[in-house]
Structure formats: C-alpha cells, structure tokens
Design a protein around this ligand. Sequence first.
Ligand SMILES: O=P(O)(O)OC[C@@H](O)[C@@H](O)c1c[nH]c2ccccc12
Length: 269
Amino acid sequence: MTILDEIVAQKRIEVEQRKAAISVSSLEQMPDFKRQALSARDAIQDLHSTGIIAEFKRKSPSRGIINDWADVAITTQGYVKAGAAVLSILTDEPFFGGTLADLQAARLANPETPILRKDFIIDRYQLLEAKAWGADLVLLIAACLTPEEVIELSLQAHDLSMQVLLEVHDEDELDRSLTHTIDLVGVNNRDLKTFTTSIETSLRLVERIPDTFAKITESGLHDADTMLTLFRAGFDGFLIGEAFMKTTDPANALASLVSQYVINNTLSI
Ligand SMILES: O=P(O)(O)OC[C@@H](O)[C@@H](O)c1c[nH]c2ccccc12
C-alpha cells in the first residue's frame, strides 16, 4: 500500500463523517459560496507574473514537521506582497496538518489573490466545501481518480466557477487523464512511492502537454536556476512549499527567490 493509497482510504472515511456533520445546504449558505472565483490561470499567465504558487504547508509524510509556528494570514499576505501569483493552502489534517479554517483565513487576508484548495479530492462534496470556504481552484490528482471521475469532478468544479489543476506524475497518468475540462496541468516532481524529487519528470512530460493548458511544475523547487530551466522548457508556473515554509521567514524566502529569478532571467535574455 503506497502513502497515497493510505491517504485516500483515510479521506473516504473523513468525507463521510464531514457529510454527516455539515449538510450541503449549510455549505451553500456560507457567504463565499456564491462568490465569483478568481482565475488562477490568468494570474499565472499574466506577462508580469512570477508564476509562483506559494504553498502554506505545516508538515508532510515525506518531511515530517516543516513549520509548526507560522500564522496563515500573516504568511500568505507576506507571500502575496513578495510576488506570489496564487496561494496553495493544504486542507488535509491527518497527513499535512492543514484545515478548512486555514483556507478561510487565507481568503479573508487575500481577497484579490486566487487560492488553491490543496487536498485529496475524491467526492463532489469536497468541491462544495472548497467553494464555501473560499477557494478559487481545486487540485485533482490523476493517481487517485479514474479518467471519468476527473471529467465529472472538473465539470462540477466549473459549475461552481472554480478552475481545476490536474496533477500527474508520469506519461501514463497524463495520457489517460488529460481532458479539455481541466484548466492547468501540474507535473509533480515528487515520486510518492519513494518521496524523491526529480525535475527530469517535469522536463520529460512538458512536451506532451498541449499549449491550451497552463503548465505547472510542482515540488522540490528551491533555486532560481532550476526555475529558469523549467521556464525555458515551457512551464508557466511553479508550485513551491517547503523551500519557503522551512525558513524562519517564508515570505522573505519567496522575495529572495523572486529577485534571484528576475536577475537570472534578465541576464540570460
Ligand atoms: O514543498 P514542495 O516540495 O515545494 O512541494 C509543494 C507541492 O508541490 C507539494 O506539497 C504537493 C504536490 N502535490 C501534492 C498533493 C498533495 C499534497 C501535497 C502536494
């Protein structure tokens, strides 16, 4: 059993418990449910965008505790000020230490920045939760969904005005799950079986992703040279968590990376 199987098994139980605790109509009555979601795709593909999706992550199965002290509102506001185009908020509690309250706090603190609900989505109910608690887009992970489920969940997300980031890790997942009903494709550099990260995964898969989708490279990124290599290979966006969260000042770490990236990018044009 891989870690992903374990997380999804746990998630199925959790979703049933949440459904029993909060009804769909209560979610629909939450103030943000009717809010028009912001376009993450536009924010990332804007000419002046850094393309950075900055993640708030307290812990992970691969790293254990990364940061147990940071405040969500302060950290995410700092991220935005330092140049993040989009925010990613982990809402899985057992494995990543996140909550829907974190999502809501980030929403309140950053009314103009698109926010990704980062979780293991397997059920429409979680899309309703995402919208109700302030998300603009959701992650769908190809490795834990059938191609039919990807289509169904992405259409439902669109009905709620949210965009969809489809995460893949290999050719098979990409070829099997890519559908015009998603908006952004994320290549996860982290192998969930071994927890190792390799940007070769992104460099290999980018060729197969049509230009109609925004292309995001995810995980294990921490330096401007690597970002530049990936940008040149065709990526529009970079999902980065640990490199920021493990420092004493996550927003400042983002600011340094951005200035280095801008310098390198300008020098090499
Ligand atoms: O912290 P990193 O190595 O910069 O990675 C961020 C992000 O890509 C990673 O947290 C992630 C990618 N896909 C996921 C799916 C679920 C939970 C977490 C993730």
